[in-house]
Design a protein around this ligand. Structure first.
Ligand code: SPV
Ligand code: MN
Length: 625
């Protein structure tokens, strides 16, 4: 039997050895020892979450050039390599044991072969580098939602980012029962030149769900490397599948209703489609902007934020539309900027920041000047479209006070939305749980964005906005959503929203601020306090109600023509969408539940009937009985 303690004793200094051994869990010792044997680091640093240790991580990220200080002493900037600017879906693979399959929609490879590839890629990857070992808790501590998580990385940027984004867990690990389920993350940036991963052609993320372990190598971009974010989400979806709860790509926010009422909503939108901006709408409170765990507790659905910070898209963040984030990014609180442009005065600049574009600076391509082109002759924008900021939620003025409630908050409504130019109306409510799960969650389509590598603007099937992270067969995943509704007495209502509807000239027809009204309408609907029009696709708002809400919450008029333009039902587009979705399920998802086809076909018939009666574009009032 391998003597893991002896390996640790030989590789760690006394101080680090003692810090590690203060956690009695033998699987922790084994994981760290095996990582040392594989990656062969020069040194190992165990972080015990003390001020000294976390400050050491931040300072070392700067000392090694993984981050650079900015004019604001609380700020740093990090650059990922030119070709390492987003999640790499193609090279993110599930390692599937022999005889298993996750279905043709998910990228996977044979587990044994995959593990060999991982060993090959990570062997000696930390020679001349220091390995960091950190402990965290996904979800609030000591709660039914908590999942303990170990992160090994040779990137001080990753270790520093996680400090802002997650709940520290060293003390939690010290009291953890020996057999408690743990998620294990091992990352190496690989060979670095100017502090940037150079072997990006050999990068990858390998998810060994059999052992609850994820490996990530030769990459730095947070979406590929921050184990607790999307890497752990894939493991959490499998755990949730075994235990009858849901792990979702969702924000979690509080919407204030009449009087002192607050109603919590979760919302699943694909990356870059408005999750963060929705959870920051004026007059609301935020619990989380990206990841939520949902469990049935005492007859209700309750949810928590997995994280405690935001890794948000900075493009278009400006003083007028995003005052809360703007303030945080201009205060004396920690923030890491990534892939923005840095001026001569060490100030960060990003696309759509509301100022005159800079003429020169430093960005992810190195020195940048106006007109600089890449190797294909394409102009390099001054900052990357997927440039980001990393901040802590407690630094936001709108953080909800229930963020750390170990029981989570009661979910009053669930919202699905995507980048959809021509089908869904700005807001509608499903007929019931099943109808919402199937025609909204399971039917979600969205255009790709800069958050993933590859072309943007391509319409893709993205059920529950979780397609990039689902780690079980899609049919089973949908069935779990359907069944989840059976375990609770009071179900949240399900809504869809669409901020990206366009007119015949391809111009967006709703304003960024309008989402405030849609949220208020959903809040009232979730308490049954406002009527709605029953249409073939769901319940739509009455014009008069929206007009009042626009006046009350945005202090602006809402002409009837605008309502007609936004809420008229686009029948041919909806029929075409329904056909696309049916085709995907028929052709590529053999275990799609039967009820899915029934519900989609019934919707198709309702739309065709309405088309015969009222034509291609139907005003909601045509359905008032
Ligand atoms: C997303 O792309 O959905 C994000 C950022 O939230 S990350 O997954 O970390 O790349
Ligand atoms: Mn996300």
């Amino acid at each position: 039997m391998t003597d893991y303690i002896a390996i640790l004793e030989a590789a760690l200094t006394d101080v680090n050895f003692r810090k590690l051994l203060a956690i009695p869990n033998r699987r922790v010792h084994k994981f760290v020892a095996e990582a040392i044997e594989l990656c062969k680091p020069m040194k190992v640093f165990v972080c015990n979450d003390s001020r000294m240790d976390t400050e050491y991580i931040r300072r070392t990220a700067i000392a090694r050039g993984e981050e650079a200080p900015l004019a604001n002493p609380y700020h740093t900037v990090h650059f990922d390599g030119f070709f390492d600017q987003a999640r790499d879906k193609e090279r993110t693979l599930y390692l599937v044991p022999e005889g298993e399959s996750l279905g043709e929609q998910l990228a996977q490879m044979d587990r044994e072969k995959g593990l060999k590839m991982v060993r090959n890629r990570m062997d000696g990857n930390m020679e001349n580098k220091k390995m960091v070992v950190r402990f965290f808790c996904l979800g609030p501590l000591d709660s039914p939602f908590s999942i303990p998580c170990v992160q090994i990385t040779d990137s001080f940027y990753v270790a520093h980012s996680e400090d802002l984004l997650y709940r520290r867990g060293y003390e939690y690990f010290r009291r953890l029962p020996e057999d408690r389920e743990i998620f294990w993350m091992m990352h190496s940036s690989g060979k670095l030149i100017h502090a940037v991963s150079t072997d990006w052609k050999k990068r990858g993320v390998a998810i060994d769900y059999k052992e609850n372990t994820v490996y990530s190598y030769n990459t730095q971009y947070a979406g590929n490397t921050i184990g607790l974010k999307k890497l752990a989400l894939r493991l959490a979806i499998r755990k949730a599948n075994r235990e009858n709860w849901l792990a979702e790509h969702m924000f979690l926010m509080g919407v204030k209703g009449p009087g002192r009422r607050k109603t919590y909503f979760t919302g699943a939108f694909p990356s870059g489609c408005g999750k963060t901006s929705t959870s920051m709408v004026r007059g609301t409170t935020i619990i989380g902007d990206d990841l939520a765990y949902l469990r049935p507790i005492d007859g209700r659905i309750r949810a928590v934020n997995v994280e405690r910070g935001i890794f948000g898209i900075i493009r278009s963040v400006n003083e007028r539309d995003d005052p809360v984030i703007w303030d945080v990014l201009h205060s004396q609180v920690p923030a890491i900027f990534s892939n923005v442009l840095i001026t001569e005065d060490s100030e960060p600049r990003w696309l759509g920041d509301g100022q005159d574009p800079p003429k020169r600076g430093v960005n992810h391509s190195g020195q940048w000047w106006e007109g600089k082109v890449d190797e294909n002759g394409d102009e390099i924008p001054y900052a990357h479209k997927n440039a980001r900021y990393t901040v802590r939620l407690p630094d936001l003025s709108n953080m909800d006070d229930q963020i750390d409630d170990p029981r989570g908050v009661v979910v009053g409504g669930i919202i699905y939305g995507g980048r959809d130019r021509d089908t869904w109306v700005p807001v509608q409510e499903s007929f019931d749980w099943e109808h919402g799960v199937i025609t909204m969650g399971a039917s979600l389509e969205s255009e790709t964005t800069a958050a993933t590598l590859g072309p943007s603007g391509v319409r893709k099937f993205n059920p529950f906005s979780n397609m990039d992270f689902v780690s079980i067969s899609i049919g089973k995943y949908i069935q779990n959503h359907l069944d989840f509704g059976k375990d609770v007495d009071v179900l949240p209502r399900i809504f869809s929203v669409n901020y990206f509807l366009t007119d015949e000239n391809d111009e967006y027809i709703s304003d960024k601020q309008d989402k405030r009204v849609w949220l208020q309408w959903m809040e009232l609907r979730s308490h049954g306090e406002i009527d709605a029009i029953k249409t073939p696709t769901g319940y739509l708002p009455f014009y008069e109600d929206l007009k009042k809400l626009f006046h009350r919450h945005l202090d602006k008029g809402f002409p009837k023509e605008e309502y007609d333009n936004l809420f008229s039902i686009r029948v041919p587009q909806l029929l075409a969408k329904n056909e696309r979705i049916l085709k995907v399920y028929e052709e590529t998802i053999p275990d799609a539940p039967d009820i899915l086809f029934k519900v989609l076909e019934a919707q198709h018939e309702r739309l065709e009937e309405a088309q015969e009666k009222h034509g291609d574009r139907i005003l909601p009032e045509s359905f008032i009985e």
